[in-house]
Design a binder for this molecule. Structure first.
Ligand code: NAD
Ligand code: UD1
Length: 331
């Protein structure tokens, strides 16, 4: 299939392009490079030894998006492009609502116009809020505490409503848990701007000596060791989940968790990283981070049954691959 990947130069998008190409698909990337680099496109080509068609456009630009659809025979789209920093979304709500929602509507219109019926969207486990674990797809969602999360919940509703009246559409709303790690070759990985907010990129910066020590946000949660528990998923497993969704989607709107179903605490992840890479990660315990929940992990049976997909890589793989990429990466 010819797949349009919006945000394909970004962290999850670039790994998904590799997974798609390796399964025989052709990718067309649309990205404005606001949070990524053009070199990543070359690295995708280098890893796969295949061509990638690249458009540097803003996906809220309906004219530019139309050009891509008229230039290419597109069989399906994966929509990664958007803004994703939670804290920033509180400061710049209009930007977040505008870019995340308008891009989805522009792409949906183009899909209707050009008869593209397979749509995969990047949602997030954040839409579950503070539900009881494991989070399963048919749970009632809770209001999010930030505009970023709200955009995900709203886009899920928008695509669900469009899917209802276009019954030949196949829509997958993929709720990602905590993507970490990098492609096994070490050429592509996560490159956050500035000081990372998320745990794994913070750990790798501490290990590299670029940051002094990790601050662990709270040790008084009702968990195995008092630190927060999350469902970390290797980014290549996540990427392969997208390929499975495209290949196995049936008509209708379907929600799938992409997680491992395993909870890992902050301290367990730090210990696993130290052991896997034989390197020390100094840390201190500090106050809880506002807005954090204690435990988050996925119910995984729906993706397994309907898409035939499960995560294969473990925490050691995630730690090893994240570190391999960070070591080779120059800011
Ligand atoms: P990323 O920032 O690395 O990738 C997003 C890409 O989209 C970037 O290359 C950026 O340049 C591009 N982009 C942003 N706005 C654009 C626009 N208006 N037009 C064209 N391109 C634009 O982020 P990521 O971690 O790869 O996340 C991809 C998607 O997955 C996002 O929608 C994000 O919200 C979602 N998601 C990510 C996580 C995570 O932990 N990384 C978790 C859940 C959901
Ligand atoms: C965060 C977002 C969530 C988003 C997800 C994936 C918040 C409140 N939530 O989730 O909406 O879907 O990223 O991008 O930002 N931790 C530390 N020290 C650090 C960083 C993190 O102890 O320096 C802890 C956190 O308290 C948490 C765990 O590590 O228990 C994971 O944190 P993080 O990587 O930021 O992901 P989430 O909080 O799950």
């Amino acid at each position: 299939m010819n797949i349009l990947v919006t945000g394909g130069a970004g962290y999850i998008g670039s790994h998904t392009c590799v997974a798609l190409i390796q399964k025989g698909h052709t990718v067309i990337v649309a990205d404005n490079l606001c949070n990524s680099k053009i070199e990543t496109i070359d690295k995708i080509k280098q890893i796969t030894n295949k061509e990638v068609t690249f458009y540097q456009i803003d996906v809220t630009d309906a004219v530019a998006v139309d050009t891509i659809f008229s230039d290419n025979s597109i069989d399906g789209i994966i929509h990664f492009a958007g803004l994703k920093a939670i804290g920033e979304s509180v400061q710049k709500p209009l930007e977040y609502y505008y870019i995340n929602l308008v891009s989805t509507m522009v792409l949906s219109k183009a899909c209707l116009k050009y008869g593209v019926k397979k749509i995969v969207f990047s949602s997030s486990a954040t839409v579950y809020g503070n539900n009881t674990v494991p989070f399963v797809e048919n749970m009632k969602l809770m209001p999010c505490t930030n505009p970023y999360g709200e955009t995900k919940a709203m886009i899920e509703r928008i695509l669900t409503d469009i899917g209802k009246v276009n019954s030949d559409w196949s829509v997958a709303l993929l709720r990602y848990f905590n993507p970490v790690g990098a492609h096994e070759c070490g050429l592509i990985g996560e490159e956050p701007n500035g000081i990372p907010n998320n745990l794994m990129p913070y750990i790798t910066k501490v290990a590299k000596g670029e940051l002094n020590k990790l601050r662990i946000f709270g040790k008084d949660y009702p968990t195995v060791d008092g630190t927060g528990v999350r469902d970390y998923i290797h980014v290549m497993d996540l990427a392969e989940g997208h390929v499975a969704a495209l290949n196995n989607l049936t008509e209708g709107v379907h929600i799938y968790n992409l997680g491992t179903g395993q909870g890992t605490s902050v301290l367990q992840l730090v210990n696993a990283f130290e052991e896997a890479n034989d390197i020390e990660v100094p840390y201190e315990i500090v106050e809880r981070r506002p807005g954090d929940i204690a435990v988050c992990y996925a119910g995984t049976s729906k993706a397994k049954t309907e898409l035939g997909w499960t995560a294969k890589r473990d925490i050691v793989d995630m730690c090893r691959d994240a570190w391999r990429f960070e070591k080779g990466y120059e800011d």
